[in-house]
Design a protein around this ligand. Structure first.
Ligand SMILES: [Zn+2]
Length: 309
């Protein structure tokens, strides 16, 4: 049985974002604290004792405090159920949490060579001592099985695949330390339980839904999918910024080529949006946009939501 915990569902900045006075952020600070959400990450386990994080958000410390499944085992002086972290991209909201795991607990970071090159060339990540924290390259279209601390297989099979997207924002217009060409900047993951054969998909960033992606996701029992913006130009229209969703490598929820329309009718049991920006009106439970998303079978999970499959 696979256990999955949503540690956070928000995009970069979280909800509320420290410097934002938009409608969602204001309500989250005042009359609707239930809107508060930390930056996107999930944890997955096949045995309930050992867990793997998918991305390490800047809110990781807060997420670990809030998640009993990830607390140290009773009676142990030093312990963490976390055996590894799998990175799907090199954005701040996917890697910064690694800096909150520097207290000498052994674990393995699994990432594509392009993302590992970002960690290698930023000396601040050397705080993760090589002796304790192994860095394991993963390849596009090559299944891997993360390891438990004793080296035995975790019982979880992960297939990384390339997804339309962009390199990390802070590298825009710069020389990527891992090279400016090729796949690896944005990965989707198919995560499966070896014992039961059940699986789900994780795509916290995706710029568009291709026919290939549609056939891959068809029939899945669960997907977590990029829900950054409701419409492509919403940051501009709201006066919050000058970037479009596409400009940041993110598909919109709505519209002809949006996630809701593109992924309709694919026989997916459970569809959850993740990486939702605080500008997105679908976060408001009483909004017309939320009703449209829910009517189409999509959920916006609260932090701490646990799913088993
Ligand atoms: Zn806001």
């Amino acid at each position: 049985m696979l256990r999955v915990v949503v540690l956070g569902a928000a995009a970069g900045g979280g909800v509320p974002q420290w410097n934002c006075g938009c409608q969602v952020c204001r309500r989250a600070r005042t009359e609707q604290p239930e809107l508060q959400s930390t930056q996107a990450s999930i944890a997955v386990s096949a045995d309930g004792d050992h867990w793997f994080l998918i991305n390490a958000s800047p809110d990781l410390r807060q997420q670990l405090i809030a998640t009993p499944q990830l607390h140290p085992k009773a009676g142990k002086l030093r312990h963490s159920p976390i055996s590894g972290v799998i990175l799907t991209n090199g954005e701040i909201d996917a890697v910064a949490g690694l800096l909150s795991m520097r207290e000498g607990w052994p674990f393995t970071v699994y990432a594509h060579a392009k993302v590992l090159s970002i960690l290698t060339t930023n000396s601040i990540f050397n705080v993760l001592n090589e002796r304790d924290v192994k860095r394991q390259p993963i390849e596009v279209d090559a299944t891997f099985e993360p390891a438990l601390p004793d080296g035995s297989p975790a019982g979880i099979e992960i297939l990384p695949f390339a997804v339309p997207g962009k390199g990390a924002w802070y590298l825009e217009g710069k020389v990527h330390p891992g090279g400016n060409d090729g796949a690896g900047d944005t990965l989707g993951l198919r995560i499966g339980d070896k014992a039961t054969g059940k699986y789900f998909y994780f795509l916290a960033a995706c710029a568009r839904v291709t026919d290939d992606l549609k056939s891959r996701l068809a029939g899945a029992s669960l997907i977590f999918f990029d829900g950054t913006v409701w419409r492509d130009d919403e940051l501009i229209v709201a006066g919050l910024g000058d970037k479009t969703g596409q400009g940041m490598g993110h598909i919109a929820m709505s519209g002809d080529r949006g996630a809701i329309e593109s992924l309709a009718g694919l026989d997916i049991d459970r569809k959850m949006f993740l990486h939702i920006n605080n500008s997105n009106p679908a976060l408001l439970r009483d909004s017309a946009e939320r009703k449209v998303a829910e009517h189409a079978g999509w959920q916006i999970p609260a932090d701490g939501t646990e799913i088993t499959l």
